[in-house]
Design a protein around this ligand. Structure first.
Ligand code: AMP
Length: 431
């Protein structure tokens, strides 16, 4: 047994895995640009109190928390949104709204490791801050769809709900925020019966429980159908009614503007993070039971951290899980980059070959320079194994004539070309 291994729940990304993850991350950056988001980079370590303020017990209990050498209680971030809310209450407080902020990096949760669930994982996070309007909700749904389409994912579907529907009913029935949070955790972990039992114990009216049951069971693909019938049930609960109307408007706008995706509207759907106030959603593929991403509206969070009352909506995409989804659907994760191996023979040729390498890289051509001093045959075998496209071989004789051998590794065809032309020839063939 080797002495050192990765810590449980932590992973190394070997080159092909790292390439896949960076491909997904790079695509999220592209989407951020397309949708006008600006990146912010926030620290991995934050005050424990900031991170625990509104993340929910479930996440707080799983934080990597410790005292630093200065005696401060700190934690590794389990999500980005708390850091963004801190920024909104401080450095970005006076920035004109809306702000569209993008972040990407690792997060830490002491979850039980299993397929697609790690203790260190990657997210890309998008937040639109300052707009209470349905257009902002639509933008977040749209960019999520755009990301999955760009990566080539198929058959994904959105699970959509609205926190205001449940919370509106519970508040009217006198259930405290804290009790509501406990109930949301139960619903998030699919413990419906326990949630209903707890509601009875709290003393919610019979009518309230019947309505709650209906909300929990309401589910369907057609937003108009689902929400119109639900609104009849919600007559006695004006805040729930408003929430259902808000959700209806968002989904109508999405549909009318031609943003098409499969969806399931589930009004009993809740998410673990406590701070959601409006529409919430997750995105899934049929091949996996775990969500690729999720988000929602949180209109009170910035205020909680001492900022101005600021409506906001965000989404976090799980980059590890998206990479897994790409594998599950057998999609090419990246166009293979063409690489050229440069193999010098002898000392004098090495100097000249290094110059050629520099020149090619200056033209944007990827080059692997032979650093092992191997024979041409051995170096070519290795280049073959690593799926290099071309090899350039420079020996003393070619050097004297200002030439270099250009070999195509798949066809084994080779030709003698002028050193001064090699960059042009390669960039034409590679393009
Ligand atoms: P959340 O921050 O809980 O809203 O999660 C947003 C997304 O992050 C999820 O839909 C997952 O794709 C991803 N995610 C959350 N927890 C983990 C984890 N422990 N391991 C890998 N991905 C995760």
């Amino acid at each position: 047994m080797p002495k050192f291994q990765t810590i449980r729940g932590m992973r190394d990304f070997l080159p092909s895995e790292a390439e896949k993850l960076r491909h997904v991350e790079g695509t999220t950056q592209q989407i951020a640009n397309l949708y006008g988001f600006k990146e912010v980079i926030t620290p991995l370590v934050e005050h424990y109190d900031l991170l625990s303020a509104k993340s929910g017990d479930e996440i707080t209990a799983r934080m990597y928390a410790f005292k630093d050498l200065g005696g401060r209680k700190v934690a590794l971030r389990p999500e980005f949104t708390a850091s963004i809310a801190r920024l909104m209450a401080t450095a970005l407080r006076n920035q004109p709204k809306p702000l569209r902020l993008f972040s990407s990096g690792t997060l830490y949760r002491y979850d039980e490791p299993q397929f697609g669930r790690y203790r260190e994982f990657w997210q890309s996070n998008f937040e639109i801050i300052g707009s209470p309007r349905p257009e902002a909700d639509v933008e977040v749904l749209s960019l999520t769809k755009h990301l999955l389409d760009t990566l080539g994912l198929q058959n994904y579907w959105f699970k959509i709900g609205h926190m205001g529907i449940l919370r509106g009913l519970l508040s009217k029935e006198g259930v405290t925020d804290e009790q509501q949070n406990t109930l949301m955790q139960l619903l998030d972990t699919k413990q419906m019966d326990k949630a209903l039992k707890t509601t009875k114990e709290i003393g919610v009216s019979t009518k309230g429980i019947a309505t709650l049951q209906e909300i929990l069971e309401t589910k369907g693909k057609d937003a108009s159908k689902v929400l119109t019938s639900l609104k009849e049930t919600l007559q006695k609960y004006p805040d729930s009614m408003k929430a259902a109307e808000n959700l209806h408007k968002i989904l109508q706008l999405t549909q009318d503007s031609g943003i098409k995706f499969s969806q399931s509207i589930e009004t009993g759907f809740a998410r673990g993070l406590e701070y959601y106030t409006g529409m919430i959603f997750e995105v899934l593929i049929p091949e996996m039971t775990i969500a690729l991403g999720g988000g929602g509206r949180y209109d009170k969070l910035v205020e909680l951290f001492g900022g101005e009352p600021t409506p906001a909506i965000g989404v976090a995409h799980g980059l590890d899980r998206i990479a897994l989804a790409i594998d599950k659907q057998n999609l090419p994760s990246k166009s293979i980059q063409e690489t050229t191996a440069i193999i010098p023979i002898g000392e004098e040729a090495t100097t000249q070959a290094l110059k050629v390498a520099l020149q090619l890289r200056g033209r944007g051509i990827a080059v692997e320079f032979e650093v092992m001093g191997r024979t041409v045959t051995r170096a070519l075998q290795d280049a073959d194994r690593r799926k290099t496209t071309f090899a350039l071989i420079l020996g003393p004789k070619e050097l004297k004539d200002g030439k270099i051998v250009l070999r195509h590794l798949k066809t084994h065809k080779q030709q003698l070309v002028d050193i001064k032309d090699v960059a042009n020839i390669l960039s034409e063939r590679i393009d």
